[in-house]
Design a protein around this ligand. Structure first.
Ligand SMILES: Nc1ncnc2c1ncn2[C@@H]1O[C@H](COP(=O)(O)OP(=O)(O)OP(=O)(O)O)[C@@H](O)[C@H]1O
Length: 256
């Protein structure tokens, strides 16, 4: 059973004539990573917003642990907010510069009202930081004291603090330089293997998806045009659109 899924999900922004997402189905399996690719405006971010339950589909549904998300089920919404955590694109913009790292990483526990005494909370925060390869000395420092890659690690630690099942990452490495990108991708892959974490990642860069994701979904104009195991889709794309996405990335290094 998938942890999280879209079933025939359509989403229309208010006043828009075209659906931003049009009858899209996808499944996020435990311990697997799914990449969503497509040109600008193809509906990638909209799909992530539905998976994070930031918005509800106009038609179709979101399934969480095999059950349809229901607007009125607040217990289910609470469980989803803990289990499905976002990681944003730009670690310079997503970390509050006035907060120390200990407060930043603890923030989801506070906003979700997870009741932990001070000592337990501090231990949980230090554990999350250790998981992303930062030591406890980072706790008392501010975001500006860290590099882009370290900031993205802090953002990932913040996502891990609620012990989630799924990370939803919107272009998590596109604001980073190339060497740092590889490190962050390796970190996400290690978390997937060691914690059985599921990862959904949007990237306009097909090579990033090739490096991290087991499965890929290709979106064009809000529709799913192709999906399957990443190696299969990227080594033998059926759709000219997918071929175009691959051709647009000269440094793509997919081994058949
Ligand atoms: N708030 C909004 N109001 C109206 N239309 C929107 C809104 N946000 C997005 N759209 C439209 O919905 C469609 C899908 O947008 P979405 O942001 O999901 O695409 P995307 O693939 O993530 O694009 P990008 O790679 O540029 O971020 C686009 O046509 C976009 O113009």
């Amino acid at each position: 059973m998938s942890v999280l899924a879209l079933e025939g999900a359509t989403y229309r922004y208010r006043g828009a004539t075209e659906a931003a997402l049009d009858g899209v189905s996808l499944a996020v399996e435990k311990g697997r990573s799914l990449g969503i690719v497509g040109e600008s405006g193809s509906g990638k971010t909209t799909a992530l917003r539905l998976l994070l339950a930031l918005t509800t589909p106009s038609e179709g549904q979101v399934l969480f642990d095999g059950e349809p998300l229901l607007r009125r089920n607040s217990g289910q919404a609470r469980r989803l907010r803990r289990a499905v955590q976002p990681v944003f694109q730009d670690p310079y913009a997503s970390l509050d510069p006035r907060m120390r790292v200990d407060r930043i990483v603890a923030e989801p526990l506070v906003s979700l009202g997870v009741e932990l005494d001070g000592a337990r909370r501090r231990a949980r925060v230090a554990e999350s930081l250790a998981e992303v390869g930062l030591d406890a000395e980072a706790l008392g420092r501010y975001p500006h004291e860290f590099s882009g890659g370290q900031r993205q690690r802090i953002a990932i630690a913040r996502a891990l603090v609620t012990d989630p099942a799924v990370l939803i990452a919107d272009e998590p490495v596109s604001a980073l330089d190339v060497t740092t990108r590889i490190e962050v991708i390796e970190l996400l892959d290690r978390l997937r293997r060691e914690r059985g974490l599921s990862i959904v990642m949007v990237s306009h860069d097909v090579s990033v998806v090739a490096a991290l994701c087991d499965d890929v979904l290709v979106l064009q104009g809000g529709r799913a045009v192709e999906s399957g195991p990443t190696l299969d889709v990227l080594s033998a794309p059926r759709e000219p659109y997918t071929q175009g996405l691959i051709a647009a990335i000269p440094r793509l290094g997919v081994e058949p």
